[in-house]
Structure formats: C-alpha cells, structure tokens
Write a protein that binds this ligand. Structure first.
Ligand code: C5P
Length: 316
C-alpha cells in the first residue's frame, strides 16, 4: 500500500485589484499571490475500499464532499475512471495549521496537494500545467496553490504568470478564531457597493475607472525591495470587509503603529498580515500586538514568504 505526505503552504495576497465583473458571476482580477511557510500536512493513502475518505484534526473542517480536498479526489476519479477502478479509493488525512475561512487559501492548497498526490499515487504523469487546469475546475486559487512561489494572477485568478521569487521575508499574521468571512459574500458586496465604478471600454470589456497600480508592486518584487513591497500592498476587498469587522480594522491599525514595512488584509479576509524587516522585528511586533490586544480569540503566527508550492515529503 503506497502513501504520500505532502506539505501544502498557505498564500497571502500582496495585491488584489478588482477590475470588473464577469458574465459568469465572478470578478476580473489582478492579484499578486505569495506562498508562505505556514502549511498544512496532507497524508494520502491508497484505500482497500473504493471510497474517498477525508479526515481532519480541525472539527471546523467538513469531511464530506463540501470539503474541496474531497472534491479534488472526486474530480480525479471522474477524469480517470479506469485508473480509479484499478487503484480503488483514497484516504486523505488533513493536519490543519492554516486558519480556516481566513483568506489564506487553506482549502485551495489542500485541494492542490490532493491533485499532486493522486497524480503520484496513480502514476498519471500529469504535468504541472495539466494539474493547474484541473485545479481551476475546483476554485480560482487552486492553480496558484499547485504552482506556488510568487505569481501574478489574472482572469478570475486562475491565469498565472510567475514573478521572481521572494524568499524569507518575515511576516506576522493575525486571525480572530471566531471570525470567518465568506469569499462569495465579500465579492457580492463589493459588486453591490462599488460595481458602478466599473467602466465599459471600446471593446465592451468592463474595467474599473481608477488607475491600476500593480506595476509598482511588480517592480518592487523584481527588485526584491521589501520596503517598496510594504508600501504597495493593496486589497480592494478591504473596502467591504473592514467596515463590517472593526476588530480586523483595529488589528491592521495596531500592526501599522508598530512600524512594520506594510500591513494588509489577505484575500477576502479576515486575516491580516504585517511585513517585517527581520525575524527580530516580527517577534517584537507579535509581542506588541499581544500586549495591545489581549484577546484569547486572536491567533498570531510568525511566518515567512517561501519560494515553493506543495512539497512531497515522503513515500512509504
Ligand atoms: O473560485 P472560488 O470557488 O474560490 O470562489 C469563491 C467565490 O468567490 C465564488 O463563488 C465567487 O462568488 C467569488 N469570486 C469572484 N470572483 C473571483 C473569484 C471568486 O466573484 N475572481
């Protein structure tokens, strides 16, 4: 019986700009995505049954088909029915470290790990591009989680262009355990409140009226200039999430007052990160936040940017 252990990193959004709505109900985006070394562990084991089973040590995470990792395995079974019939089912065990519903792609990276792991388990020989295409059927962030590192993502987030990698920039990440933000709610609310600022250009494409600033962030990444990266952080979804969640706004303000390189909500939130100059500064900032917001509900992590995506750790 073969098994694989995979390490599945979370992501943060260094940049998220909503440039328009789309007829399919999604939004046209420009994002800059970055893997971080806060990661889940996924164990995959070929099963003697013909079932796909998911277990997770975090009770917030469902084990049925509403779990995107389960859907990833079902997708592989649908795409490769003969291989599924030959090898049978798969047992998936998720050891959760990434906060759930936090804007950190915790579910998407689990799904990416299942795709990569089942490609190995079933000897499918799929390329990274093919795995990214399968990932796009599961969720907009899954292709990036398959690729990892640093990338610019357009379309609904599934079209990727790699950027020079950013290694070992320290950050402090904060998430209130009891707060969860639905990504669908955040985008829907954005469309209701700010959709009128989109303009239609000569080709009838919908785009936002304001200027695009992603170029400054790309330049900062190319120069590996952490201070400039901190200055150019951007996330349009803050416009809908921060007014509803004052704790998230407060956390962002406390980070900013600690003299970090920059601070921003990740994805649809509610996690907030602060980029730091060094590990020492990250430790000081974490200590400062713990003293200023003495709330048991607030979970704080020190983590770093990383250059890789899913890592396959062992084969038994
Ligand atoms: O693709 P994913 O399932 O992760 O997206 C979750 C929800 O976020 C979608 O159902 C959609 O409502 C919203 N979304 C969007 N535009 C995007 C990505 C996600 O409106 N580009």
């Amino acid at each position: 019986m073969r098994s694989y252990t995979l390490i599945a990193p979370a992501k943060i959004n260094l940049y998220l700009e909503i440039i328009g709505d789309r007829p399919d109900g999604y939004h046209e985006l420009i994002m800059i995505l970055q893997s971080i070394d806060l990661a889940d562990q996924i164990d995959l084991q070929a099963s003697v049954t013909d079932k796909i089973r998911v277990r997770c040590d975090n009770p917030q995470v469902p084990s049925d088909n509403s779990n995107i990792a389960h859907r990833a395995a079902s997708l592989m079974a649908e795409e490769f029915p003969e291989v599924f019939a030959k090898y049978g089912g798969v047992d998936i065990t998720i050891h959760k470290n990434i906060p759930v519903a936090a804007g950190l792609a915790g579910g998407s990276t689990n799904a990416a790990a299942v795709l990569i792991g089942m490609n190995l388990l079933w000897n499918l020989g799929l390329t990274q591009i093919e795995l990214e295409e399968l990932g796009a059927k599961l969720g907009s962030d899954v292709p990036f989680c398959v690729a990892g590192g640093t990338a610019i993502a357009t379309g609904r987030g599934e079209q990727l262009s790699p950027l020079p990698s950013l290694d070992a920039i320290y950050l402090v990440l904060g998430k209130y355990r009891s707060l969860e933000v639905s990504t669908a709610w955040a985008y829907k609310t954005y469309r209701q409140e700010f959709g009128s600022s989109y303009i239609r250009d000569a080709n009838s494409l919908v785009s936002r009226a304001e200027a695009v600033h992603s170029g400054s962030m790309v330049k900062a990444i190319v120069h590996r200039d952490a201070a400039q990266i901190g200055q150019n952080l951007h996330n349009d979804l803050e416009r809908v999430v921060l007014p509803i969640y004052p704790q998230v706004l407060q956390l962002r303000e406390v980070f900013a007052s600690a003299g970090v390189l920059g601070t921003m909500m990740s994805g649809s939130g509610p996690s907030v990160f602060a980029l730091c100059e060094s590990q020492q500064q990250a430790e000081q900032v974490k200590f400062h936040v713990e003293k200023t917001i003495p709330d048991e509900d607030l979970e704080l992590f020190i983590t770093r940017t990383t250059t890789h995506g899913i890592q396959v750790r062992s084969l038994v």
